[in-house]
Design a binder for this molecule. Structure first.
Ligand code: PLP
Length: 404
């Protein structure tokens, strides 16, 4: 067990140990290099940081509260549970933190057109929002199945002036949407920036998205120190591509006493094609620009995935999580669809907070762990988003009736 992780990763080639890197067609090498150079220049430019911080405060509404969930804590009867309220951000999830960062970068690079992929639609909405704000054209690629299960977000994107392109290839979900976005980017490099929505893909995306999301952990650290005068014992976050989780975890990597737990989508259970838990039965491979754990068959064909939450329904996981897992710095588990639904309803009824189905996976793990911990232990759960987008889907699943 090595408890201290290397805060200086990725290395200069974008690797986190054996994970990460840049595995793309030749035509994308140059734009990725250009993006990398511009990003690192911006990161060290006080003017850029000032502008970023202005929009995060004035437009997104940061800092998001660290809220003591008193009734949930009582009900679970163990550790004290705090919720990091990313659900209160403008547009309803953590995705906007990264979208603001990347649109400012796009503006710096003189781009006038934005493209993005989206699963649950939250990243599409965040991208459409920042594109509207800065008067840029915006095209969002979304799997046809996801368009159906996240209808509300499709309408929001259209209202914000974005063009939504449904993708009918393959499984018609997030992976196919990423393929289409990459195809578009190769064709329109001159004026287009691709706002990738998670800590995934070719270098520099995983490090750049992590750094735009680390504000979650930086704030949470300061907030818990102020409220409790000490560091938390456990951080829990759901893991799709991995951006909300790495955003919370990263500022705590050097704090050995803080346990980090990522929660993947267990779907209908850990059987092939019934889940999206890459650390349960996934293996090393390359998908969409990076090297990481992937759900693939013995011939390297990407397997189908399933989750009740579109935002966690993806066959690969961000390379930094693969690294943290192999270094035993973070632990990865899963919650099933049923556990997530139960946690969704529980948080609504006990705390008056309707979480996103993705975030409900983290709440479900908290429900398992908190009762086994002592009453003075501290847990922070990342509430990555709110559940408005999931209301119709959950109402049907739990069989809520319309009043007659
Ligand atoms: C997109 C999304 C996720 C999953 O993405 P990560 O990059 O793993 O954070 C989780 N929660 C919500 C609310 C989302 O919109």
């Amino acid at each position: 067990m090595s408890a201290v992780a290397n805060l200086n990763l990725p290395d200069a080639t974008g690797h986190f140990g054996p994970f990460g890197g840049r595995y793309v067609p030749e035509t994308l090498m140059h734009p990725l290099q250009e993006l990398e150079e511009e990003y690192f220049r911006a990161q060290h430019d006080p003017e850029f940081q000032k502008e970023l911080s202005y929009y995060l405060t004035e437009f997104v509404g940061r800092p998001s509260p660290l809220y003591f969930a008193e009734r949930l804590t009582k009900e679970l009867g163990g550790a004290k549970v705090y919720l990091k309220r990313e659900d209160l951000n403008h547009t309803g999830a953590h995705k906007i933190n990264n979208a603001i960062g990347q649109i400012l970068l796009a503006k710096r690079m003189g781009k006038t057109r934005i493209i993005a992929e989206t699963g649950a639609g939250q990243h599409g909405v965040a991208s459409a929002t920042v594109a509207a704000m800065f008067g840029m054209k915006c095209v969002i690629y979304m799997g046809a199945v996801d368009c159906q299960r996240q209808e509300l977000n499709v309408y929001r994107m259209k209202m914000l002036g974005a063009e939504v392109v449904p993708v009918h290839a393959g499984q018609k979900t997030l992976k196919e949407a990423v393929n289409e976005a990459m195809r578009d980017w190769v064709t329109n490099l001159r004026n287009t920036h691709y706002i990738l929505g998670t800590a995934y893909g070719a270098h520099p995306y995983p490090v750049m998205v992590r750094n735009f999301q680390r504000i979650i952990g930086d704030e949470a650290r300061a907030q818990i120190l102020e409220k409790e005068k000490r560091l938390p014992d456990l951080l829990i976050a759901c893991v799709g591509g991995g951006s909300n989780a790495i955003g919370l975890f990263y500022p705590f990597l050097d704090d050995k006493s803080v346990k980090l737990v990522g929660v993947e989508a267990g779907g209908l259970g850990i059987k092939p094609e019934q889940h999206a838990a890459r650390f349960q039965g996934g293996s090393l491979g390359v998908l969409q620009g990076t090297r990481s754990y992937i759900l693939q068959d013995e011939f390297g064909q990407i397997q189908s995935t399933h989750s009740v939450s579109a935002g966690l329904d993806y066959a690969a996981v961000g390379p930094e999580h693969a690294w943290l897992r192999d270094a035993s710095r973070a632990e990865y588990t899963y919650a099933t669809d049923d556990q997530a639904l139960e946690a969704f309803m529980k948080l609504a009824r006990l705390e008056g907070i309707i979480p996103a189905l993705e975030s409900a996976h983290a709440v479900a793990e908290c429900m398992v762990r908190a009762p086994k911990m002592s009453k003075d232990a501290l847990i922070i759960v990342n509430l990555s988003g709110r559940g408005d987008k999931d209301v119709a889907q959950v109402a049907a699943k739990v069989k809520l009736q319309m009043p007659k």
